[in-house]
Design a protein around this ligand. Sequence first.
Ligand code: PLP
Length: 392
Amino acid sequence: MNINENYLKLQDSYLFSTIAKKVKEFADNNPKADIIRLGIGDVTLPLAPVVVEAIKKAADEMGIKETFKGYGPEQGYAFLREEIKKYYLKKNVDLNSDEIFISDGAKSDLGNILDIFGLDNVVLVPDPVYPVYVDTNIMAGRKIIFADANEQNGFLPLPDENIKCDIIYICSPNNPTGAVYDRNGLKKWVDYALKNNSVILFDAAYECFIKSKELPSSIYEIEGAKKCAIEFCSFSKTAGFTGTRCGYTIVPDELVREGVHLRKFWLRRQTTKFNGVPYIVQKAAEAVFSDKGQEQIQQNIQYYSENAKIISDTMDKKNIWYTGGKHSPYIWLKCPNNMSSWEFFDYLLNNAQIVGTPGSGFGRNGDGYFRLTSFGDKQRTIEAMERFSKLI
Ligand code: PLP
C-alpha cells in the first residue's frame, strides 16, 4: 500500500487559522473592543424569497408519490440547463444545453476537472491566486509554473510566448485581487491557447459583479474561446448559494484535443463519479433565473457593490493604490508605508479593530497587499471605513 505522496508536498494553509488566532488573542486582551470583520469571503445576505419558495415547493413534491424524484440526470435537469442557456444568450453566447453540466459548486468542478487531463501537462497559475488551483494540481503531481500578477500589470498577467503551458487558470473578476480582464486581455489568452493547443480553465464565479457590457463576463464572449476554454460558474456569490451548493461548468463541444471531445470525457467522468445535484437545489437555482429571482438577487449584488464602493472610495480619498472594488466584491490594496501584509493586518486590528486578509496568504506576489471584502453589513462597512480614514 502506498499513500499519495503528493499530499506531503502541500503547504499547510495557516492563513485563516492564524487570522482567527490573532483576532481571538486581541479580543481576549480587549474584551470591550468592537471588531469589524472585512475579511469574510462568504456572503451574508439570505436567499432571495423566490428561491426559498421554490425550495419549499420542491420539498413538498418530494413528499408526494406522484411527484417524488429519485436519482436525477447526472448532468443536471433540463429545466435548469435551459435557463442557463438563456442566460448565456443574453451575453450573445449560444450554448447547446448538453454543453452545460450542473454541479454542487465551482470548487468541486475546478478540482474534479483535472481527472480528464494527463499528468504531464504544464500548468500555469497566476500568483496571487485562489489556492484551490494550486493545491489540486499538487495533489495530482503536476508541474505548476506561476504567472506574475503585480502592480505593473494591474494584477492581470498576460501570456508570455516564451513560456509554454498546457493548462491555464484565469479567474476574472479575480479572487483575491478583484481585477477584471477586458476583452483585449482575454483575447490575448485565447489566442495564446489556440496557438499552443492549451486549455484555459476560466473561473467566472464572480461574473455577476461585472456591471459594464464592455467587460466580458464569460470567456465565450471572445471569439475562438469555445475551441480552447472550459468555464466554471457558481450560484454561490450570484445568489447566496454558498450553503445551498449549486454551480455549473461549460465544456463546449468544439473543444477537441488529440481527436477527443473533452465534453465527452467530462460527461464520462461525471456519470461515473457523480450522481447529480439534489432536485430541490436545482429547483432553487431555476428560480434564480425567473424575473422576480433576477430582481431579488440584483438587490443583494447591489448591496455588496455599494459596500465595495464605500471601501474603494476610501482608498481613493487616501491615495492608496488598489485593484478591484468596481466590478468585484474584493478590494486589493497596497499596504501603506511599505508594510508587509501581516504588519498591516496587526496595525489595522490593533489600531482600528478592523480585520482583513493578508495578501501573502494567496501567493508570493501577494505580500505587501491586503484584501478587504464587501460581503459584510453596510453600516459596519461605513464604520470600518471611518475608522480607517482616521487611522491612515
Ligand atoms: N472560485 C473562486 C475564485 C472562489 O473565490 C470561490 C469561492 O470563494 C469558488 C470558486 C467556489 O465556489 P463554490 O461555492 O461554487 O464552490
